[in-house]
Design a binder for this molecule. Structure first.
Ligand code: PLP
Length: 281
């Protein structure tokens, strides 16, 4: 069945949705995006996603195309029009349409596109197997831009090896997964995850999971770690809005926890979903 999508203020069937070939999002990847999970027909961590959208836009010298209230109303309308129970809403904001030029004009009319995707995978996830690869992305990974081809190449290469994803390595340590934040659990039960900087995206799920881990009195160390350290860890996992807390069962051919989901990641996933359902709007 065709989805209803949102383009520049209109809700239209996906077959009728169009964007100009001169759109800078298409020509320059001059655009940012957000993905908000939908559980039981409601939006998870919506405010945090919109706050990050605003920051990404600001770092790219772009304004918010509409208010947070209008964004919430359109997200909700899209969920309703598509009868979405489980899945996510994607929003992309581009600088807009202009003659192709590296120098961008000021005050272009921004393009705003939103669509939904049904997805029940997150609940069912038993765990994934990953291989490492060099992080070849640009230096501002803290901005959620649509320049995702490096991550896409890395993940596809992993798929071709029969694996699920790649963990990206910069200067000897893990930055993130292709579209997730990464964690290990040490033998003495500490959760280690890379500290926030321009090197990684400040994950909305990361923030929620670290808050919940804190409440569970788990010790958190925010620092870089190597693949060798991860391979010796008790557990490893990743987080993202579309996959929640996903256990990592194998890293570069080395199994963790005998190839089973560990107790820390399993528990954090349960709590995250439980809490998410309570606070979703
Ligand atoms: N890191 C990268 C590179 C991502 O693309 C994503 C999500 O798409 C994340 C981390 C996780 O962020 P969030 O939890 O906000 O989905």
């Amino acid at each position: 069945m065709s989805r209803t999508v949102y383009v520049n203020g209109n809700f239209v069937p996906e077959e009728e949705a169009t964007v100009s070939v001169f759109d800078r999002g298409f020509l320059f990847a001059d655009a940012v995006y957000e993905v908000t999970s939908v559980v039981e027909g409601r939006l998870l961590d919506f405010e945090a996603h919109i706050t990050r959208l605003k920051r990404s836009l600001s770092e790219m010298d772009m304004p918010m195309p509409m208010s947070a209230e209008e964004l919430l109303a359109s997200h909700r309308e899209l969920v309703e029009k598509n009868d979405l129970e489980e899945g996510w809403v994607y929003i992309q904001v581009t600088r807009g349409e202009a003659d192709r030029d590296f120098i961008y004009p000021q005050n272009l009319k921004q393009t705003v596109v939103m669509f939904t995707q049904a997805n029940k995978v997150a609940y069912a996830r038993k765990g994934i197997r990953v291989q490492s690869s060099t992080d070849i992305r640009w230096a501002r990974r803290d901005i959620k831009t649509v320049q995702l081809v490096a991550a896409s190449l890395g993940k596809t290469a992993a798929k071709r090896q029969g694996l699920d994803d790649t963990w990206l390595i910069k200067d000897g340590t893990v930055t993130e997964g292709s579209s997730s934040n990464t964690y290990i659990v040490t033998a003495d039960g500490k959760i280690v995850t890379r500290h926030l900087s321009n090197s990684i995206l400040s994950g909305i799920t990361r923030a929620a999971v670290l808050r919940l881990a804190n409440e569970q009195k788990l010790t958190i160390e925010e620092r870089p770690f190597t693949i060798a350290e991860a391979q010796c860890a008790s557990e490893a996992f990743m987080t993202s809005a579309t996959s929640f807390v996903t256990p990592v069962l194998e890293i570069d051919g080395v199994e963790l926890n005998n190839g089973n989901a560990g107790p820390v990641s399993s528990r954090l996933n349960e709590i995250y979903i439980e809490e998410g359902k309570k606070s979703a709007i």
